[in-house]
Design a protein. Sequence first.
Length: 539
Amino acid sequence: MTDPQYRVLVTDEVDAEGVALLRNHPSIEVVERPTRPIEELLEEIDQYDAMIGRSATRISADVLDQGTRLRVIGRAGVGVDNVDVERATELGIAVINAPGGNTVSVAEIVFGVLISHLRHIPAAASSMKAGEWRRLQLGGAELRGRTIVIAGLGRIGSEIARRGRVFGLKVLGYDPYVSDSRFEELGVERVVDFQTALDLADILTLHVPLTSETRGMVGANELARLGPRAIVLNFARGGIVDEAALVEALQQGRIAAAMVDVFAKEPLAKDHPLRNLPNVLLTPHLGASTAEAQRNVALEACAAVRDALVTGDLSAAMNAAGVGGAALGEIRPLLQLAERLGRLGRALLPTGLSAMELRYSGPRPTAARPLLLSALQGAMQNVVERRAINLVNAQHVAAERGIETAWTHVSPSHELGEEIELRIEGGARSLRIGGALLGESHGRITRIGAFRVDIAPRGTLLVMRNRDVPGVIGRVGTLLGELGVNIAEYHQARLQAGGEALAAVQIDGSLAAEQMEMLCALPELLDAKQVEMGWDYRP
Ligand code: NAD
C-alpha cells in the first residue's frame, strides 16, 4: 500500500460519518485535533494539505500564510466568517463550505422560538417544574395574520418563507440580490427598500450573511422604525444586529421582543445585558445544532474536501471558478490544453504580460471562464513570487498585476472538435496561440503567431524562428543529435517560400543554457526559445 499523499487536519467536532469519508480514502491521512490555542495550530499547520472544522477555529491570514502546504479549507457549516477568505483566495487556497445541510434545522428553530415566545412556553415549563399552575397569567397570542419580513431570501430565508405561509403569516422579503421570479416562486412579496420593510414588519427575521454591508444592518435607527409590537430575530450571525442598540430598544419598549441565537462575541458574556431582559429569548448558537444538520454538513464538506484534494474538483469552493464533478472530468483535457497554451504564450512573449483574452469554440459555453483561468495559471506559473497559481487565485493575481482578462465563447463552426485561441499582449506585442482538442482528449497546439503548427503540448518544446532556406532542419537535427538530445516531434511551418519559418520541436529531456546558445548560434536561426510544457496537470 502506498503512503497517503494528503494530510488533512480535522479541528473542532466534525461528525464522524463525514470524517470517515476522508479517512477511508487511501490517499488521505486524517489527524483529528480538538479546538486548541492558535499558537499550537500555527506551529503545525505547515504539515497539512487541508483543514476542516466548524466555526470554533479562527483561520486567520497568519494561519493561511503559515500553512505552506494548504490547498483546501473546509467548513462543516455555512458561514465562513471565521476564515480570512480574501487571503485564502490570494494564496490559491480553496474555501469550501457546506451550505445546504443545516437549512431546515435553522428554519425550524426560528418558528420554535417564535411560538415559544408567543405562547410563553419557557415560563410555562419552568412554572410547572416549580409546582405552579399559572393558567391565567400565561395566555398567549397566535402567529397567524402577522406580517413577517425576511431579510435575505437565500436557502434559510426561503425555508422560512415556505413555513411562514403555512402558519398563515403575510410573508414579505427584502433581498436585493434575488430575482423577481424567485420571489414569485416562493410566494413572497418583494419590498425593495429595507426601511420600508421595517415599517411593515410585525416580525423581522434576518437571514443574510455577515458582510461589510450587513454588519450593523439593524441598528438604533432601524429598531426605532419598527413598531412597539415588533419582534426581531437574529439567527444569522452576530454583528448584523447592533447589540447595544437592541438592548436599549428592548429596555425602552420600542420593540416588543427579540430572539437571538448568534452574538457579536461568542460565548456571550455571563453579564451581558441581553441576558437580563424579560422580553428576550436567547439560545446559544443552536440554529444548526441538530443531529441531522451536523451529519449533513459534515458529509457535504468532507466529501467536497476529499474531491478537491484528490481530483481537483473545486465546484464546492466558494472562491473558485465553479468547475467540478462530471463537468470537471469532461473539460479537464481542455483545461490542460489552455494551461499549456498560456505557458507557451507567456514564454514566447518578450516582455511582461499585460492582457490575455481567451476565445473558446465548442459546445460548452460555461467552460470559457475556467479555461481563461487555466490559461492564466499556465502563463503566471513560476512568474509570480508566491505560492502556486491555480483556478482559485489566477484571476485575483492577474488583476493585482494589472493584467486585463477577457473570455468569450463561440459556437463551433464545424464538427472538428473544440478550439481555444489565446491572444496575449505584453509591451507593444500581441501574440496569438491556438490549440484544438481532437477526439475529446487529444490536445494539440495548432497555431503560434501567424504560423499553423500541429504539435503535442507536452514535455519540452523548442520554438525556433528561422529563415526558410534549405538545410535548416538537417542542421538543427544534427546539432541536437550531437548533444545527445532525442527529437520526439518536429513541426516546420512557413507563411511563404523563402520567407520566415517557424519550427516547433518536442525533445526528450531539455537543453542546458550553453546548449541553447549553440542552437541560437546556427546561422539560419533568428531566435529560439525552450518552453517547459510539463507533463502532470492539476487544475
Ligand atoms: P444564503 O447565502 O443561502 O442566503 C443569504 C441571502 O442573503 C442571499 O439570498 C443574499 O442575496 C442575501 N443578502 C446578502 N446581502 C444582503 C443584504 N445586504 N441585504 C439583503 N439580503 C442580502 O445563506 P443561508 O444558508 O440562508 O444562511 C443565512 C445566514 O444564516 C448566514 O449568515 C449564515 O451564516 C447563518 N446561519 C446561522 C446558523 C445558526 O446556527 N444560527 C446556521 C446556519 C446558517
